[in-house]
Design a protein around this ligand. Structure first.
Ligand SMILES: [Zn+2]
Length: 444
């Protein structure tokens, strides 16, 4: 934040006199000031009162709001909003094999992915998430959905060794993803990625080919890794842990984003740190499926970048990253019986700046001049957020419903709790119609 210097006097958007979340050596703090946005970037963040000389296409009165970086959801399967609440209270393998995989085989189509991803985008934007890493199938349709939504997204096309939505012949799985990456549209907000589903749904050969594809195309490589205790027996690599197994295949390096990492030993975490891998934790999904508790603090202590994700809607069952921050911090504390563990500042960092670097995005995640203008305004005058002593309350008290305004890449996408980029009523209508077909066949 600057206090005295010559700044541009005309902005696309100017947010007047709000409280601005900033980070310092001791963690986060709030400073009162104004934010000038132009050309998609944060052009000025100033502590002094705005001058009479400043003009803007759009002025937002910031009184009563906290401006903070838009949240970064490092792992979800957007289109799975259709399966929200379809099969609850089940262990992962039963949930996947008896409910999710059959429902996907029957109901996932290009049209389903388009509309259900739009629903996910609307839900996330309304809850203050400006960037998402989405991993699924029919990703051309998901790309269109995110393009239209105004969100920032990293889109990983799925790879498994059995017939999958849009990829009926698994021998074409790598080629399909290569075509997806080659045909990806030019965009300042969107980028493609490879998503190998897991070490237990992809053979060693498929994993190696998928990793090579991501290297050749220079895109991120996502994989579900060490999610459940039984994964080690599923991969059939003897005494090798899932992490050691991937390392033995030459998969692990700094381009890898390993999702979950619940069942990782100290030796596994040393491998992940040594290889420069990044990790995403999804605490609510891990809690709901009773998969376990990821050793997040131990990974952070090894300087591993850990991002925060909701995972898909069917195992959460919402995409509210504020709630996820709360769960993440509290789960670590109660699991270790240590209230000091994983303080709110670490979790806030995971959901913003560290999450962004987890996805390889270096110009979002903090409110600093020159960065891309991805920010949200949180209404802090609600009963739930009164009084507001410190940013800790953004982790332990705020919810997505407290978000009033969302700006992505310098453009207003949510204003006063209303999505400007999409017709949310139309989206919900389409998804309800699809859900009706599931209801008929499942007797729900
Ligand atoms: Zn997942």
């Amino acid at each position: 934040m600057t206090t005295k210097r010559t700044v541009q006097s005309h902005y696309d958007i100017f947010i007047k006199d709000c409280r601005i979340l900033q980070s310092g050596e001791d963690g986060y703090f709030l400073a009162t000031g104004s934010i000038g946005i132009g050309n998609g970037r944060l052009l000025s963040i100033r502590a002094e009162a705005h001058g009479a000389t400043i003009t803007a296409d759009r002025v937002i009165e910031g009184d009563g709001f906290i401006a903070m970086p838009g949240l970064v959801n490092c792992h979800t399967h957007g289109a799975m909003t259709l399966f929200r609440g379809l099969a609850d209270d089940l262990p992962l393998m039963t949930w996947l094999e008896k409910y999710i995989f059959p429902a996907e085989a029957q109901f996932v189509s290009e049209e389903m992915v388009y509309w259900c991803t739009k629903l996910a985008a609307a839900e996330m934007l309304l809850a203050g998430t400006t960037t998402v890493a989405d991993a699924y199938f029919y990703m051309d349709a998901a790309t269109r959905a995110y393009q239209e939504s105004g969100m920032r997204a990293v889109l990983g096309h799925g790879i498994v060794d059995f017939p999958a939505p849009g990829v009926p012949d698994p021998s074409k799985n790598i080629d399909t993803v290569a075509r997806f990456i080659d045909g990806f549209p030019d965009s300042s907000r969107l980028q493609p990625a490879v998503f190998a589903h897991s070490p237990y749904t992809c053979s060693a050969e498929t994993l190696a080919r998928a990793r090579q594809l991501a290297r050749d195309k220079q895109v991120p490589f996502f994989i579900h890794l060490a999610e459940t205790k039984m994964e080690q027996t599923l991969i059939g690599a003897g005494d090798m842990s899932p992490v050691a197994y991937l390392d033995s295949l030459g998969i692990l390096d700094s381009g890898v984003i390993a999702v979950h990492c619940v069942w990782v030993s100290a030796a596994d975490m040393d491998i992940l740190a040594h290889r420069g891998c990044r990790v995403v934790t999804c605490p609510e999904s891990n809690m709901k499926l009773a998969s376990g508790v990821a050793p997040v603090a131990a990974m952070l202590a090894r300087k591993i970048d850990v991002g925060l994700g909701t995972d898909g809607c069917a195992s959460n069952n919402d995409l509210d990253l504020f709630g996820e921050m709360d769960s993440c911090a509290k789960l670590a504390k109660v699991h270790a019986l240590q209230p000091e563990l994983l303080p709110s500042k670490d979790v806030l960092n995971m959901a913003t700046s560290m999450g962004a670097s987890c996805l390889g995005l270096t110009d979002i995640g903090a409110l600093q001049e020159g960065m891309r203008a991805d920010l949200i305004l949180v209404h802090c005058r609600s009963p739930r957020l009164t009084p507001f002593f410190s940013p800790d309350l953004l982790v332990y008290g705020a919810r997505g419903a407290d978000v009033d305004t969302v700006i992505v890449d310098g453009k207003l996408v949510v204003e006063q709790g209303v999505v400007l980029t999409m017709d949310v009523k139309e989206i919900m209508g389409k998804v309800r119609t699809m859900a009706g077909k599931i209801r008929e066949s499942h007797g729900k």
